[in-house]
Design a protein. Structure first.
Length: 200
């Protein structure tokens, strides 16, 4: 049985037992929410109303996470070796955008730190500014994929500003301004433009 399936089976068994032991507590829990903030409020209300049940859940999740980490050790070794051999692991493909954004951002930060030259058509100062803009864009890409920031299209942001503000608030994330979105787009264009100049 796969680790993911094993974990799901344990979760199903745990909550099946909990529902039988504490039927009143679990009849209270909602399954659908209109927003993230509504879901968070529901969790907080549940913890206040049923502190004992909530504590058991927290203990279960803590133990479950520890067991899962132990079971994943062989896979983590395999992923480590895959990254050493081919530059990425099977698990990186689960959210490849996050992985590649993180990799490019970190590599470019090291590239900038150890920079000794610049393209012939640019001054050293201009090249640093371009690199900073590209690094900014990949940082924003990573944060967007991790739901830390919200980046709608400029057209959509102008058309529905209130909708996007509410969405960002529900996710507890930062909504990028028009200026920040334009800076992100400029950085990505610069990355394409100067891709073959990224050597030192």
């Amino acid at each position: 049985m796969k680790i993911k399936n094993l974990k799901t089976s344990f979760d199903d068994l745990f909550f099946s037992i909990m529902r039988k032991l504490f039927p009143k507590a679990y009849s209270y829990k909602k399954l659908r929410f209109r927003s993230i903030s509504e879901m968070i409020k529901d969790i907080e209300d549940f913890e206040k109303e049923h502190p004992f049940v909530s504590k058991i859940e927290n203990i279960y999740f803590y133990i479950n996470r520890g067991i899962t980490n132990i079971l994943y050790i062989p896979k983590k070794i395999k992923w480590y070796l895959q990254r050493a051999k081919r530059g990425y692991a099977d698990c990186d493909l689960w959210e490849f955008g996050v992985y590649i954004s993180h990799l490019i951002k970190n590599a470019l930060e090291d590239f900038r730190k150890n920079l000794t030259g610049n393209p012939t058509n640019l001054t050293y100062k201009e090249w640093l500014k371009i690199l900073d803009n590209i690094i900014y864009s990949f940082d924003i890409a990573q944060k967007t994929l991790n739901d830390e920031v919200i980046m709608p299209s400029l057209k959509d942001l102008k058309k529905h500003p209130k909708k996007w503000k509410k969405y960002a608030k529900d996710l507890n994330a930062k909504l990028l301004t028009e200026k920040e979105i334009k800076k992100y787009e400029r950085g990505m264009k610069l990355f394409i433009q100067y891709l073959f100049d990224l050597w030192d």
